[in-house]
Design a protein around this ligand. Structure first.
Ligand code: DC
Length: 206
């Protein structure tokens, strides 16, 4: 069984995908991490994330980079959003995601285009979303815990910019698959969001 979990930054899709993987006993891939590794590698190479050639070269990042704690930073998130608009970058990362999705026994993948491009045949597709305000507030609390000195307004602006770039790009934009179940986590706590997702997947596969 393939479970596709898509949605914008800080919607809670990562938390939900991990919980679904644990509940259904499936391996999980956070595909955003692959784009983040490309963004980080462009930076390490001194390249330009908006240049298709530089970004494509960075797709051959070493696997060890996936363990770099820097990948979770807002800066690298912004770079990831920029490199992800290049079709050649998406193509280069496709096979890796596709083989993870189609492994025997199934998998949970979270990202932006899992239900539309990577695994359109997924048995269960969730589109996890939340208002910009709710997402910014969560990200703000997370960042404050890590000691990062960013304001709520800066985070809101950054989320809006990233949503716009992710939704308007020509290739594999962030849109719910026609058959995706929408879960809005704006007013839900962590456990409520997880329970809603488990319920939706259970219904989809029964
Ligand atoms: O989910 P995230 O914030 O870690 O993703 C970082 C960026 O990577 C996001 O702004 C867009 C890109 N991305 C993508 O284009 N396709 C995916 N399947 C996952 C992430």
């Amino acid at each position: 069984m393939i479970i596709a979990v898509d949605g914008p930054t800080a919607s809670g899709k990562g938390t939900i995908a991990k919980a679904l993987a644990a509940h259904f006993g499936l391996p999980h891939l956070d595909t955003g991490l692959l784009y983040r590794a490309v963004g980080r590698q462009v930076f390490l190479d001194g390249g330009d994330p908006d240049d298709g050639g530089d970004a494509l070269a960075a797709t051959s990042f070493p696997d060890s980079l996936l363990d770099d704690p820097q990948l979770r930073s807002e800066e690298v998130g912004g770079l990831a959003s920029r490199v992800s608009i290049h079709p050649a970058v998406r193509q280069a990362l496709y096979e890796r995601q596709r083989s993870f999705a189609t492994q025997e026994g199934g998998a949970v993948l979270d990202g932006r285009d899992i239900g539309t491009v990577i695994a359109p045949e997924a048995e269960a597709k969730l589109f996890v979303t939340a208002s910009v305000e709710a997402r910014a507030q969560r990200r703000f609390l997370e960042m404050r815990e890590r000691g990062a000195g960013v304001t709520l307004l800066e985070i809101q602006d950054d989320l809006r910019r990233r949503d716009e770039r992710d939704s308007k790009r020509a290739v594999a934009p962030l849109v719910p698959a026609a058959d995706a179940m929408i879960i809005d986590t704006s007013a839900l706590g962590r456990d409520e969001a997880i329970a809603a997702a488990i319920e939706a997947v259970t219904q989809a596969i029964s």
